[in-house]
Design a protein around this ligand. Structure first.
Ligand code: CTP
Ligand code: CA
Length: 226
């Protein structure tokens, strides 16, 4: 399906995409993270570029190379991701948050490697800022898209998230959908709107999910900015 030409419906528009995991360092050599590969976000960035958009991709540590023709910013922590995304989003028409943002970071990051001690240890974690919610609070005419992985009550939870964060829609995935999600080349998602209406999409390549995502974002934008 890569042979299908992309429409040029994002000519002159600005699209910001976040991708990959964040790393929350406990000390200089240890961190909390997750297995996000970045593939979904990179696919959105490449598809937006091919449709004519100026694209900024803000990514956590992943093995993928910078996509040609995309401004790629590499960050590690959720706080750095927030700073980069919020700055890039200022002039943006569409913001897509595929990043798997760690919900917590160490309350105090040790400056030196922490030696092992006898017995249990307790790590004090503090919540990271919710970047999508922050963008939603100052949304303007921007189209805001999120992703969510849920193990249960997916549609209900994703709709509640979209409403709380003022996102236009969330693409919902389940970790049990084989061959999709973390690390895979395909994805099978359900589009969920804040009002609870939803559409199941078939299992397709992440690039095809990116196409459909941007089709929907363009529709939302046309309704908002006729
Ligand atoms: N997100 C974000 N900032 C955070 C956490 C999440 O911008 N600190 C974004 C993600 O990039 C994603 C969406 O919010 O697009 C939903 O992420 P999710 O982890 O499902 O939402 P949470 O509000 O963290 O809910 P949960 O308690 O289920 O983890
Ligand atoms: Ca979370």
């Amino acid at each position: 399906d890569l042979l299908r030409p992309s429409p040029r419906d994002l000519e002159g528009r600005t699209v910001v995409v976040s991708a990959g995991p964040t790393r929350e360092y406990l000390d200089p050599v240890r961190f909390i993270s997750n297995p996000s590969s970045g593939k979904m976000g990179f696919a959105v960035a490449e598809e937006a570029r091919d449709r004519g958009a100026h694209v900024t991709l803000v990514t956590g540590p992943v093995t993928l190379a910078d996509p040609p023709g995309v401004t790629t910013l590499r960050i590690e922590s959720a706080l750095d991701l927030r700073d980069a995304v919020v700055a890039a989003a200022r002039g943006a028409d569409i913001v897509v948050m595929t990043a798997a943002v760690a919900d917590y970071r160490a309350a105090e990051q040790a400056g030196e490697k922490q030696a092992k001690v006898a017995g249990d240890v307790t790590i004090h974690l503090t919540p990271n800022p919710d970047i999508l919610a922050q963008l939603g609070a100052e949304k303007g005419a921007r189209v805001l898209v999120g992703f969510a992985m849920e193990t249960h009550a997916g549609v209900e939870r994703a709709a509640a998230k979209a409403a709380r964060k003022n996102a236009d829609f969330i693409l919902l995935n389940y970790p049990t959908r084989e061959g999709t999600a973390f690390g895979g080349d395909d994805n099978q998602v359900t589009l969920v709107r804040p009002d609870g209406t939803h559409e199941d999409w078939p299992r397709v390549s992440k690039r095809e999910v990116a196409r459909r995502l941007l089709d929907e974002a363009v529709r939302v934008r046309r309704e908002r900015v006729p």
